[in-house]
Design a protein around this ligand. Structure first.
Ligand code: SF4
Length: 436
């Protein structure tokens, strides 16, 4: 009988070893170890579900099983913190309460509702996916034999049935903007399917729980993590209803029809609240007795994310050009970062001494008489550390050959700016009020 505590497993085209000790296993471990892993996963599922029932945060999208609302929350939560997302999610659901409403909303509206969340490709993909779902509903109606058997009045009401979000995992995965994680999250949370999830929080929790030393981006380690996530959520499927005495948790009682949903959310929640990147609260952790990293004092080493790519500094000069109380703003083209959003004219500069008047002349073909510093905004996009240095320029006459719109500050709210340029818009509006 093997003593090492390891198990070999095959996922796709890769074979890997799940190690419960620091001794490497070179033999096939057999049923004994399979049952050991099953026992550990079963205990983990029980402990996580019990903990989640008491400690889950009361988030608005946890009060609904509407797949559309859950889908929107999952897309907004990509790359964005929970507290930032809440007001955006509430406003989105108020303004666009159905899939049809998203499908037919105009581009300016969806960008305005997303303004400030960043990563705007998400919102365009969301709309494309909504359009696909609505078109699919229309095709299903036209292909339906029942269509010819109903009276005209019934036909129109059938045609107007609301488009339903898809329940099939592969079909959800095929929608624009939805990857394996998001498809798993939607299908488990909205439909209680045992579909695994693996995001940054879950990777951190699982690598520590199972003592996985390999970089989770590597193919074999990644496959192993997905398999562990799948095994855990499958165990949850068999969990029975538990008594939950917490009066605050009426919104999250564990039922047989939400155990997969709760298991996946418990992994994310544990990563967000307890098993944090720095200073994890191991002593308060509900699964510390099952955690390899805790037992072996390796918590700080895991996950092994390798070396971070160094950030690249970039410097832009922007111009709040005012003429007759209006400012020139321009829309970013399709296919670039922050596509379709609005901004003040700007240019990237290289070298150590930025020459704002020369840059202005290069863009507008005229030399500014007076150019005054307006505001500097520093921010990061992906691996870029960006400095946006803005200047105020007042002109008596609009320059020829300028693209864009001239807007009064009161009209700024009608268009969607990128976050950095939103700050410049506010500074530009104040500059007019202060009679600069
Ligand atoms: Fe994370 Fe510590 Fe809990 Fe292990 S014991 S899962 S490292 S918080």
């Amino acid at each position: 009988m093997p003593r090492c505590g390891c198990q070999t497993a095959k996922t796709g085209d890769s074979t890997f070893v799940i190690s419960f000790s620091r001794i490497s296993c070179i033999s096939r471990c057999g049923n004994f170890l399979n049952s050991k892993l099953k026992t550990k996963n079963s205990k983990l599922a029980t402990a996580l579900l019990g903990w989640f029932a008491v400690h889950a945060r009361d988030l608005p999208w946890r009060r609904t099983r509407d797949p559309y609302a859950i889908w929107v929350s999952e897309i907004m939560l990509q790359q964005t913190q929970v507290k930032t997302v809440i007001p955006f999610w509430e406003r989105w659901l108020r303004e666009l309460p159905t899939i049809e409403a998203v499908a037919k909303a105009d581009s300016a509206k969806i960008h305005k509702l997303w303004e400030g969340l960043g990563y705007y490709t998400r919102v365009r993909n969301l709309q494309m996916a909504a359009q696909q779902i609505v078109n699919r509903r229309r095709d299903e109606f036209h292909e339906s034999p029942a269509k010819n058997q109903v009276r005209d009045s019934q036909r129109s009401s059938l045609r107007n049935l609301p488009a339903k979000f898809l329940e099939n995992y592969d079909e959800v995965l095929a929608l624009p903007g939805i990857g394996r994680y998001t498809a798993g999250a939607i299908c488990s949370i909205a439909f209680n399917q045992p579909t695994p999830i693996l995001d940054g929080n879950v990777i951190r929790v699982l690598t520590r729980l199972f003592g996985i030393a390999e970089n989770p981006k590597e193919k074999a380690a990644n496959a192993r993590l997905w398999q562990l996530a799948e095994e855990l959520v499958s165990h949850a499927k068999t969990q029975r209803r538990k008594k939950n005495n917490s009066p605050l948790r009426a919104f999250a009682p564990l039922r047989e029809d939400n155990s997969c949903s709760h298991l996946n959310q418990s992994l994310m929640e544990l990563g967000a609240l307890v098993c944090t990147p720095r200073n994890p609260q191991c002593l308060a952790c509900p699964v510390k007795k099952l955690c390899v990293a805790f037992a072996e004092n390796r918590v700080d080493e895991l996950p092994n994310l390798g070396k971070r790519e160094a950030a690249t500094a970039r410097h832009f000069l922007a111009f709040a050009v005012e003429c007759g109380g209006n400012f020139l703003v321009q829309q970013r083209p399709a296919g670039v970062v922050n596509a379709h959003l609005w901004e003040f004219p700007n240019v990237e500069i290289t070298g150590t001494k930025p020459d704002a008047p020369a840059a202005f002349q290069k863009i507008f073909g005229v030399k500014p008489k007076v150019i005054q510093p307006l505001r500097t905004v520093k921010h990061s996009i992906t691996r870029y550390r960006i400095t946006l240095e803005a200047f105020f320029v007042s002109l008596a006459k609009r320059p020829a050959k300028t693209n864009g719109r001239w807007l009064a500050p009161a009209e700024f709210d009608s268009i969607a700016f990128s976050s950095a340029h939103k700050k410049l818009a506010s500074a530009a509006a104040k500059s007019i009020l202060s009679g600069r």
